[in-house]
Design a protein around this ligand. Structure first.
Ligand SMILES: Nc1ncnc2c1ncn2[C@@H]1O[C@H](COP(=O)(O)OP(=O)(O)O)[C@@H](O)[C@H]1O
Ligand SMILES: [Mg+2]
Length: 496
């Protein structure tokens, strides 16, 4: 069964969730639909499965236009969807759930349904006990039940919306085996995901959505960097950054001096504006970290002044800065930022604003699940933070930062991360700049990163700090020379 979507539009108030999407999906394929959270994937699939009505556009099945008012219409046309949040009936037994939606309704003999469930289960290697309660099933088993139900209802096209969220590696393997099996039998599998490696493992073809628009399609062998660019687009490039309008002053530093046993930094003057990104470049240990820490109240200046939103913060401590909306994200994620042996859930509980002494675990669990989903963290609420990959730890750290911060201070935001995670981190940071007017101050030893994401750059050389340099007025070579000391005063003789 070939599916064609033509010029689909869908609005939610001001949000253009699907913007003129045209797509052809041939039968017998595993077709990936890739995109960041909020790209419009679920919306498009809900339109295809009759849960939403498009504001414009049409759907064709085998070349004929169809009107899908309700999910039952879609199922009649052979299209069924497994939702991101499973639509099940926990107080029901597996067999009753299996029978939900069957047109013959109550007149259907249970023995016939039981037999059908057994046949499908055997075919796909599912392990479903017809008499168990649905509420007792694992997420993987609920998916199996939903697949069985849709197949029995005659689905030819099965849509899986982010089905690997919340299942184990073994369940994922079983699921993928079932998907391959479905495609082999001529069914069309539409696989919605934001995970590149799943596209790579599974899909015959992939379409990428970004901000409601179809940005492109690709077949194997996949150019993963190309897919990353399609997913994230120009949101993170330098050109786009120039249009981020700067707001009022967030942070003001006047004639600041900082000192430790081996380094003295002095005469730093700077104003940082809402939405602005300032990159700190320099050899490790040239003073960048001191300045970052001073801006978070983690280090006291020996001279000079610091204001936040007009409030004099000179000499104040970390908690005062925190209260004024400053967050510090250290490079040593597991040593300084996260607490090993504690789970994601426990981190969100600790970071949350608690009213009273009783923790509402259910609410905390829901909040944690929502954060895991929104921040693409590959982990479960009960995963300990040390069990996560570096990229996922960094995502978790960003997820723990409350919205609406005034200033985020970051040491090496993307050190040790894979390309996808690195782009994701900046995507998230830039979104905060744009939408929440947060200013960002970061240090990095990666000059490309500094040049790419900063509005202005400060170069550090042995405690000396350059004037702010607009990122568009410099390049890697020049930064490299500055970092090496060119243009700075010669280093003074080392004092005994
Ligand atoms: N029922 C809804 N009401 C209002 N806005 C919605 C609704 N569903 C989705 N949206 C918005 O539409 C956009 C696309 O969402 P969605 O299709 O869920 O994206 P994805 O599945 O790719 O993460 C988002 O901005 C989202 O907030
Ligand atoms: Mg979705």
């Amino acid at each position: 069964m070939d599916i064609e979507l033509r010029h689909i539009h869908k609005y939610f108030g001001p949000v253009h969730a699907n913007d003129d999407i045209s797509l052809t999906i041939p039968s017998g394929t595993i077709f990936g639909l890739l995109g960041e959270n909020g790209a419009g994937k679920s919306t498009l699939m809900k339109i295809l499965s009759g849960y939403y009505h498009p504001d414009a556009g049409e759907i064709l099945i085998d070349g004929k236009p169809v009107e899908l008012q309700f999910p039952a219409d879609a199922i009649r046309h052979g299209i069924g969807m497994l939702h991101q949040d499973p639509l099940d009936f926990p107080p029901l037994r597996v067999l009753d759930d299996f029978m939900v939606g069957y047109p013959k309704g109550l007149t259907l003999p249970r023995t016939e349904a039981r037999q059908a469930l057994r046949t499908i289960s055997e075919q796909f290697g599912f392990t479903l006990d017809p008499d168990a309660y649905v509420g007792s099933l694992t997420v993987g088993e609920r998916q199996q039940l939903e697949i069985a139900r849709l197949l029995w209802l005659g689905a030819q096209v099965l849509i899986f919306d982010e089905p690997t969220t919340g299942i184990s590696a073994q369940q994922k393997e079983n699921l993928f085996a079932a998907l391959h099996r479905l495609a082999k039998e001529g069914k069309t599998v539409i696989f919605v995901t934001h995970k590149l490696e799943e596209v790579n493992q599974l899909c015959d073809r992939v379409a990428v959505l970004r901000a409601g628009k179809l940005v492109g399609e690709m077949g194997p062998p996949y150019d993963l960097d190309g897919l990353v660019r399609m997913m994230f687009g120009k949101v993170v490039t330098k050109g786009e950054r120039m249009v981020t309008p700067l707001g009022k002053t967030v942070l003001q530093i006047k004639n600041l001096a900082l000192e430790d046993a081996r380094l003295r930094i002095e005469g730093v003057d700077l104003e940082v504006h809402e939405g602005e990104v300032i990159g700190l470049a320099g050899m490790e240990g040239s003073g960048q970290r001191h300045l970052l820490r001073a801006c978070a109240g983690l280090e006291r200046p020996v001279e000079g002044k610091i204001w936040l939103d007009g409030h004099d913060m000179t000499g104040k401590g970390y908690h005062d800065f925190l209260r004024r909306g400053v967050a510090y994200v250290p490079a040593a994620r597991l040593e300084e930022a996260l607490v090993p042996t504690l789970t994601l859930l426990e981190h969100f509980i600790l970071a949350g604003e608690q009213r009273g002494l009783v923790i509402d675990r259910q609410a905390a669990l829901e909040h944690t699940r929502e954060r895991i989903e929104t921040f693409n963290i590959r982990g479960l609420p009960h995963s300990t933070v040390e069990s996560l990959s570096g990229g996922n730890q960094q995502r978790a750290l960003l997820a723990l930062l409350r919205p609406g911060l005034r200033l985020i201070l970051m040491e090496h935001p993307t050190r040790g991360l894979d390309l996808e995670s690195a782009i994701w981190v900046w995507h998230n940071l830039k979104r905060r700049c744009r939408e929440e007017r947060t200013a960002i101050f970061f240090m990095s030893s990666d000059l490309e990163e500094i040049l790419h994401y900063s509005d202005r750059i400060l170069v550090f050389f042995s405690g000396q700090v350059s004037d702010p340099i607009p990122a568009t007025e410099t390049n890697i070579e020049e930064l490299g020379q500055l970092i090496g000391g060119r243009g700075f005063e010669p280093i003074a003789e080392v004092q005994p």
